[in-house]
Design a protein around this ligand. Structure first.
Ligand SMILES: NC(=O)c1ccc[n+]([C@@H]2O[C@H](COP(=O)([O-])OP(=O)(O)OC[C@H]3O[C@@H](n4cnc5c(N)ncnc54)[C@H](O)[C@@H]3O)[C@@H](O)[C@H]2O)c1
Length: 251
């Protein structure tokens, strides 16, 4: 169990997507514990309400799909002109479908949630961050953003795109007081859902998954990595893809 850093986000407003569950919920909780105000976004209003009951007034929320520009606009409006941080975390899996199996609907849904929503939130947050001359963005990538054996083709390609989105944003805004980094989690115990019964998974992926991939981390461990990247503690870190995977990516 990591120790919170009192006051680390005092006076700071942070948008967290996917805040109703898993990693996003743990991130929202930690930011509030460390003095920040969080605007959470999630598909599930019920989950958001539960988080709000737990975290109190420092957590407000917008329910809806971050794939909708209208929802993105409402999230940024709820954050207001003091928006300082953005944790682009909402994401979905792809049932481990290979390039020969994937259907257009799966590909498009995975890219809409995992990539396009992140770009739109960054695009909407930037004017406020530029006006303030300060901002910190953390995108949730994945082990699947580093290798080809951690998911199906749509999820793997989408998380590689998150890596590119992160590096490009870091470069373009590096002299404006805005940092952009990503975390690459290995397996984490959350509510994320995926089929793991396809022939591709059984024949190709399963034999490649070693002990590290199967050792699941907690959402709180990921929140510790993400809030470090988000905070001033990582002030000299920009455009980095931080593996938080117990060492899986070192193999
Ligand atoms: N759990 C893992 O093993 C793992 C590993 C690597 C990366 N990740 C990444 O971590 C991130 C968080 O996932 P998690 O494991 O905490 O999953 P989770 O399912 O527990 O939480 C994700 C939340 O995002 C919300 N969400 C999904 N689509 C949305 C949309 N269109 N608009 C708004 N909200 C939406 C869901 O309702 C859910 O509450 C994702 O980007 C995922 O790809 C997870």
């Amino acid at each position: 169990m990591s120790t919170t850093v009192p006051g680390r986000f005092a006076g700071r407003v942070v948008v967290v997507t996917g805040a109703g569950s898993g990693i996003g919920r743990a991130v929202a909780s930690r930011i509030v514990q460390e003095g920040g105000r969080v605007v959470g976004a999630d598909l599930s209003e019920e989950r958001l309400r539960t988080v709000a009951e737990e975290l109190g007034d420092a957590f407000t929320y917008v329910a809806g799909s971050v794939t909708e520009q209208e929802v993105v606009d409402r999230v940024i409006e709820a954050a207001g002109p003091d928006l300082w941080g953005l944790v682009n975390n909402a994401g979905i899996m792809d049932d481990f479908l290979s390039a020969g199996e994937v259907d257009d609907a799966t590909w498009e849904r995975v890219f809409a949630v995992n990539v396009t929503s992140m770009m739109r939130l960054i695009r909407a947050a930037l004017p406020l961050m530029l006006a303030a001359g300060a901002g910190s963005i953390v995108n949730t990538a994945s082990e699947a953003g580093l290798r080809g054996s951690a998911a199906g083709v749509a999820y793997t390609a989408s998380k590689h795109a998150v890596v590119g989105l992160t590096k490009s944003t870091a470069v373009f805004y590096r002299s404006k007081g805005i940092r952009c980094n990503a975390v690459a989690p290995g397996a984490v115990a959350t509510n994320i859902q995926t089929r793991m019964d396809t022939a591709s998974f059984t024949e190709v992926v399963a034999p490649l998954l070693g002990a590290f991939a199967l050792a699941t981390a907690t959402a709180e461990q990921l929140a510790a990595s993400i809030t470090w990247l988000l905070s001033d503690d990582s002030a000299n870190v920009n455009g980095a893809i931080l593996a938080s995977d117990g060492g899986w990516s070192a193999i």
